[in-house]
Design a protein around this ligand. Structure first.
Ligand code: EPU
Length: 417
């Protein structure tokens, strides 16, 4: 088990370089098996979810070479179509092998995926889409068996703009016969990045990034090439840190448009923020104004930045209201923040924060990825020492977090206990 120790309340200054987006990389890696041949993915973040997906590619008999942040995946010897329960359960994104293996091999056996405990996380929208394309789906205990003689393009209406289902259905339809239209598709920036990768393999996809994606099936895909887009959630997390304890903190390698919902909110709160072409410079101000936030699908305020943002609300002068609309259980970090001195009241998926609160160091537990990141921000803001247990949750999605933070002056270390 890993523990993070933070000595907080120091001004942070300097540059933080953002890596490739976790939520894109975890779909791009499984997408590689749709190709016949060698694919290259650049700017792959150094996170434990990456390693869990590489393990699955090895099980499928793919050849994988990792050189710094570049991944080369050769699928010519792909032969297995069963992913055991231990590997399926390691992360949420294992379910992208459903669409990818179904698309390529027309057969997959896989178990219920794992991931953060932030809600029930059903996969009915994915399954309904696979069935609409002609797949037969059997569920035996925790195991899903998906098979098809052939997949045939069709119109698929998603009852919710699910990111995962949109991606999985692109995977299942790129090699299907004929035309598939995904209606009410998710529009998250990552989806365009993933479609670009498939297009580089020879797929015929139009409309990714809008709520209607059209896929014309092709017979075969060749090896592809892509650079993972910068992680808007990692960027958002460090921008919020800059607003908490930064002095000219510069967050580099970002696409400002992808984080506009956050930067607009920070401007409304009176932050000292400068937005340039590919970086944001931010410093702490006194007298931050309170605000109200409601998470929404892209381009709304991202649910994944809600928990880090909750720390900033503790420093605003007055009452802020927060409403989560995507996940039922995204308040797991709040008891820890309150233990550290925050004044946050939770009711279902909403919370009320009265600030400003002086935070102090405590021993706390990361309950999930973004909740864990929120505790890191709180620890860096708090007076004294904060100990965060179960740091593995954080390392699933934030690459080299301790090193990146030490580079801007944070007193932070991770140790094995
Ligand atoms: N939903 C269903 N049925 C489905 C699929 C989704 O009811 O078949 C519901 C979910 O329960 C949830 C909502 O629809 O209430 C949104 O789910 P979505 O499918 O969009 O989320 P996801 O694909 O499972 C991805 C990210 C999440 C991020 C969400 C929303 C990955 C691996 N995960 O999840 O990221 O919160 O989109 O943007 O890409 C994180 O990074 O911390 C994280 C949880």
């Amino acid at each position: 088990m890993k523990q993070m120790i933070i000595n907080g309340n120091h001004e942070l200054t300097g540059n933080i370089l953002i890596g490739g987006a976790k939520n894109s990389a975890v779909a791009l890696i499984p997408a590689s098996i749709l190709a016949n041949g060698k694919s290259i993915i650049k700017q792959v973040p150094n996170i434990s979810d990456r390693d869990a997906l590489i393990d699955i590619l090895n099980i499928l008999n793919c050849e994988v070479k990792l050189n710094a942040d570049e991944l080369e995946i050769d699928t010519v010897n792909l032969k297995n179509t069963l992913i055991d329960e231990a590997h399926s359960k390691k992360l949420r994104a294992s379910y992208y092998f459903m669409g990818a293996l179904l698309g390529k091999e027309k057969y997959v056996e896989i178990f219920i995926p794992g991931g953060c405990n932030i809600g029930a996380r059903p996969i009915d929208i994915h399954i309904d889409g696979f069935k609409a394309l002609g797949a037969e789906v059997k569920i035996e205990g925790n195991k899903y068996i998906l098979k098809a003689d052939k997949l045939i393009g069709t119109d698929i209406y998603l009852r919710f703009q699910s990111v995962g289902a949109t991606i999985n259905l692109m995977f299942a339809s790129v090699l299907a016969e004929g035309k598939t239209v995904i209606h009410n598709a998710a529009k998250e920036a990552e989806i365009e990045n993933i479609a670009d990768y498939l297009i580089s393999m020879g797929a015929n996809i139009e409309g990714a990034g809008t709520d209607e994606i059209t896929i014309y099936g092709v017979n075969k895909l060749e090896g592809g090439k892509i650079t993972v887009l910068p992680d808007r959630i990692e960027a958002g997390t460090y921008i919020i840190l800059g607003a908490l304890v930064g002095k000219n903190m510069c967050i580099k390698n970002i696409i400002p448009k992808h984080i506009e919902a956050l930067t607009n909110k920070l401007k409304d709160m009176g932050s000292n923020i400068k937005i340039a072409k590919d970086y944001v410079m931010i410093s702490k101000v006194d007298n931050l104004k309170p605000t109200n936030i409601k998470t929404l699908v892209y381009p709304g305020f991202p649910t994944d930045i809600g928990q880090p943002m909750s720390v900033l609300l503790t420093q605003a002068n007055g009452t802020s209201l927060f409403e989560e609309t995507i996940w039922e259980n995204r308040m797991g970090h709040v008891p820890s923040l309150n233990k550290m001195g925050a004044n946050i009241k939770v009711k279902g998926m909403t919370s009320m924060t009265i600030g400003p609160s002086k935070l102090h160091g405590e021993e706390v537990v990361a309950t999930d990825l973004r909740g864990g990141a929120a505790l890191v921000l709180a620890g860096l803001t708090a007076e004294g020492t904060t100990i965060i247990n179960d740091v593995e949750h954080i390392l699933r999605g934030y690459e080299n977090i301790d090193e990146k933070l030490r580079n801007v002056g944070a007193k932070i270390e991770i140790k094995e206990i």
